[in-house]
Ligand binder design. Structure first.
Ligand SMILES: [Zn+2]
Ligand SMILES: [Zn+2]
Length: 266
């Protein structure tokens, strides 16, 4: 790995939902344990010559509809770490749930990266089931179809190298076409799990988050994430508030908002 192929990674928090019962966060969780805050993030992977954004969050309308707290639009959060959404050339959409694919239009010059299976899932017969359809927002899916017809979408099938030092990996289980992102950094490869692991506890206890397409694939995905990272502490879960405590803030002013994942965790 050459120095030029190493990336900085920023986790940028844009929203949250507090007071979730742990039973909403993992299968078998205690329904009385109300300690489960869930944070919403987008991630910026910043290299010497290229920047990749991972996921696009949701907007004000979706926050109101779903009773989520939006603290800043994803593009506003990215601006805080020096990324201009209008200038971004590559956006990796890990899967098309409402909290990951919601502000696609705020990245007008980007090429979007998606697993082919995820588009098939989000537009096919599985969406006849209310419980599977619930985390998808039809406007986001339609926007993605328009991106496809406009020639702005690149499909991946399984694992793919996007550039030296950054690759995507299909991890089944949570959504049919979810992919996690592996990034070479100064502390070794870091894996952005997205919803392949919502919380550290899902990983540590090997207990799935209850929104699940295939439990066995999701459980196998936990092993895959750790194998891709080479060490459990280089896997970053997609919604855990502890990420902002474990990793150093991007700057003093951004404590509780943005953290550096290419730095060693505390
Ligand atoms: Zn999801
Ligand atoms: Zn999510």
């Amino acid at each position: 790995m050459q120095d030029g192929d190493l990336y900085e990674i920023y986790a940028v928090k844009y929203g949250e939902v507090a007071d979730r019962a742990m039973s909403e966060n993992m299968i078998g969780g205690d329904p009385h344990d109300m300690s489960g805050q869930l944070d919403f993030y987008v991630w910026a992977v910043v290299g010497r010559s290229r920047t990749f954004i991972v996921d696009t969050g949701f907007n004000h309308e979706t926050a109101a509809e779903r009773n989520r707290k939006l603290q800043r639009l994803p593009k506003e959060g990215l601006a805080l770490v020096g990324v201009d959404a209008g200038a971004v050339r590559d956006v990796i959409v890990t899967h098309m749930h409402y909290d990951h694919a919601g502000t696609l239009s705020d990245f007008p010059n980007a090429r979007f990266h998606l697993q082919a299976q995820e588009m098939e899932y989000a537009t096919g017969p599985c969406m006849c089931h209310e419980v599977i359809k619930a985390p998808y927002h039809v406007e986001d899916v339609c926007t993605m179809v328009r991106k496809l017809y406009a020639g702005e979408l690149t499909f991946h099938d399984g694992d793919a190298q996007l550039a030296p030092g950054i690759s995507v990996h299909h991890i089944g289980g949570h959504a049919k076409g979810l992919m996690s992102v592996r990034v070479e950094t100064r502390r070794g490869p870091v894996v952005l799990a997205s919803d392949a692991a919502h919380f550290y506890a899902n990983l540590e206890q090997r207990r799935p988050f209850p929104i699940v397409y295939n439990v066995a694939d999701l459980l196998a995905g936990f092993d895959r994430l750790e194998a891709l990272a080479g060490a459990p502490d280089r896997v970053v879960p997609g919604h855990d508030p502890r990420v902002l405590h474990r990793y150093p803030a991007a700057s003093d002013e951004l404590k509780g908002i943005a953290a550096r994942l290419d730095a060693e965790p505390a």
